[in-house]
Ligand binder design. Structure first.
Ligand SMILES: C[S@@+](CC[C@H](N)C(=O)[O-])C[C@H]1O[C@@H](n2cnc3c(N)ncnc32)[C@H](O)[C@@H]1O
Length: 259
């Protein structure tokens, strides 16, 4: 059976996720927005902690939100709504939320200062932001090794959204401050990403990564076959019988408040 990409993603990130969960500090009754909520694992978690406070998950992907709604309804979480919207421009109610959270959903804005200003304006004066973003590509073994296997490192420009766009701590602090946030803190999270025990299942997922599939699609059939073989070898090299396929990775846990 084909591996489920979205369940795989939640499992891959579980070590990083624990740091974000610890940083939420959610109290009952709080109003929360989850930016780039995807399939809603963090949205549901926030909703359980904040009930009867309400949680809004915002995402630009209808497919992700469709997936998010199923487990939310199955769990009977009535304090969650999902909005199909671009968080950069969505007209949030001003000063509505106590907390904005995001798990790797902030790196894709075309105008990050505008987006962060929009999010900041939705926070109450005592509100807060807690988010995970990737550190730069070169500090993420998973990206470096997969790029090397496929030969993508030698192939700029990259396709579209850059998951490492907020990796430069100083530049991102400046951006957040320009957007009207203060008390900006960056905490290093150094945890593995976990790709499970099944090499072929992991390979299928990795071949579907945006950058990998883009690079493979531009190769001749023979070159693509050799690149996939190299990816498989890379996954095998990182397979340990106890933890499964493991790569080192580093993210930032960012916290901030409206100025
Ligand atoms: C890497 S995924 C993370 C999803 C989710 N936070 C999680 O951890 O499972 C990034 C998500 O951000 C969403 N996204 C990207 N740009 C966005 C934007 N401008 N506004 C809202 N969501 C956005 C994508 O559709 C995607 O679901």
């Amino acid at each position: 059976m084909a591996p489920d990409r979205l369940d795989f993603y939640d499992a891959e990130l579980r070590a990083h996720h624990e740091h974000l969960r610890a940083a939420y500090g959610i109290s009952r009754g709080e109003e929360i927005v989850d930016i780039g909520c995807g399939t809603g694992l963090t949205t549901r978690e926030a909703a359980r902690a904040a009930a009867p406070g309400r949680v809004v998950g915002v995402d630009v992907s209808a497919r992700m939100l469709e997936r998010a709604r199923e487990p939310t309804a199955a769990e009977g979480l009535r304090n969650v709504t999902y909005e199909l919207a671009d968080a950069q421009t969505y007209r949030f109610d001003r000063e509505r939320f106590d907390l904005a959270i995001s798990r790797f959903g902030l790196m894709f804005f075309s105008d990050p200062v505008r987006a962060f200003a929009n999010i900041a304006s939705a926070l109450r004066p005592q509100g807060r932001l807690a988010a995970l973003v990737w550190q730069p590509r070169e500090r993420n073994e998973w990206a470096v090794e997969l790029d090397a296997a496929i030969g993508a490192a030698a192939e700029p420009p990259r396709p579209t959204a850059d998951p490492f766009s907020l990796g430069d701590e100083r530049a991102t602090v400046r951006m957040l401050e320009r957007a009207g946030l203060e008390a900006v803190r960056f905490e290093e999270v150094r945890e593995p990403v976990l790709y499970g025990h099944d090499i072929e299942a992991a390979l299928e997922i990795v071949c579907g990564f945006q950058e990998t599939s883009f690079a493979l699609a531009r190769m001749s059939r023979d070159d693509a076959t050799r690149a996939v073989d190299r990816l498989r070898e890379t996954l095998e090299r990182h397979h340990d019988h106890r933890q499964g396929i493991v790569f080192e990775s580093r993210s930032w846990l960012i916290t901030a408040q409206p100025a």
